[in-house]
Design a protein around this ligand. Structure first.
Ligand code: MYR
Length: 284
């Protein structure tokens, strides 16, 4: 039986207990307020991050994990595993993927496969959870990766930033011709295209943006196809609960998870942001 280890970075925002249950190893990205740098989850919680963001005038910045941290993680897993799959956030928005590839090339004794989720947050987490489920059933890395590439075909995710200036300032908003003053005043629906973030549709209000996302979800769910759906929020648990309750009622065949934009992604989207993503395959 093959033994494949599953690693993901912190921006998958899979809660610790779920990671432990599925034996997923997490490597954290960093968030910095001035000279103080924190590894997310290990050194700063999501609640403390949003509190600090309100109290601090200077906006935080983020950075990828060090190559050393990836190497150390792979080396430890190499003692007990034949192969390692690393599920990273999109390579179009972070150097994390490249760093994991470089660390993998430097690690002997074990094959390291780095999978670019081309997305982030719990949608990336869905890939890591699917991979872990298969790894725990003894599947080899090739089979797991084939399944992940297949899953990508049915993955959709749309989101809106409460204040687009955060994304713009961090250089993570593409479609430059659209990023003009007027766009920064509204709440367009955003999504990933070719690994980078681009506006999907210009909408003026959050209500209209949410309605648009729900319409897109309905196109995939209306025929009763069971989906795994993630409602993701930046410190807006009540709003997320409300959206999730509506979706559960409307799509009883689907499983609706509530998740969060943690410190690193919250830095780029800003408090109050919301997103909904889904895959056409059940975890359970
Ligand atoms: C780094 O510093 O390497 C991390 C950069 C992270 C950029 C995050 C941009 C926003 C991503 C939104 C994802 C929404 C998924 C539903």
């Amino acid at each position: 039986m093959s033994k494949t280890a599953i690693v993901t970075d912190s921006t998958a925002y899979i809660p610790k207990d779920l990671r432990e249950q599925h034996q997923i190893t997490m490597v954290p990205l960093n968030v910095a307020f001035g000279n103080e740098t924190y590894k997310e989850e290990w050194e700063i919680t999501t609640n403390d991050f949003y509190k600090k963001m309100k109290e601090t005038e200077e906006l935080p910045t983020t950075s990828q994990p060090s190559i050393g941290l990836f190497e150390e993680t792979f080396q430890k897993l190499a003692d007990t595993h034949d192969e390692i799959i690393v599920v990273t956030l999109s390579s179009g928005i972070s150097g994390t993927h490249q760093t994991a590839v470089a660390a993998g090339n430097m690690t002997g004794d074990v094959d390291v496969h780095v999978f670019d989720s081309e997305i982030s947050c719990l949608i990336q987490g869905f890939y890591a959870l699917h991979a872990a489920k298969m790894a725990n059933e003894g599947e080899n890395a090739r089979k797991i990766l084939d399944h992940l590439y297949d899953l990508k075909k049915s993955t959709r995710a749309y989101f809106m930033a409460d204040d687009l200036n955060h994304l713009h300032r961090g250089g993570r908003l593409n479609g430059a011709q659209l990023v003009v003053g007027s766009l920064l005043q509204i709440k367009p629906v955003l999504h990933f295209e070719n690994k980078v973030i681009v506006p999907y549709e210009k909408v003026r209000t959050e209500k209209k943006a949410l309605a648009k996302i729900c319409k897109l979800l309905h196109e995939d769910a209306q025929d009763g196809t069971p989906l795994d759906i993630a409602v993701i929020h930046a410190n807006r648990p009540e709003k997320a609960e409300k959206i999730a309750a509506d979706l559960r009622e409307k799509y009883p065949n689907s499983t609706v998870y509530i998740s969060y934009f943690g410190p690193v992604i919250g830095t780029h989207l800003g408090e109050g942001s919301l997103g909904i993503g889904w895959v056409k395959s059940h975890l359970t």
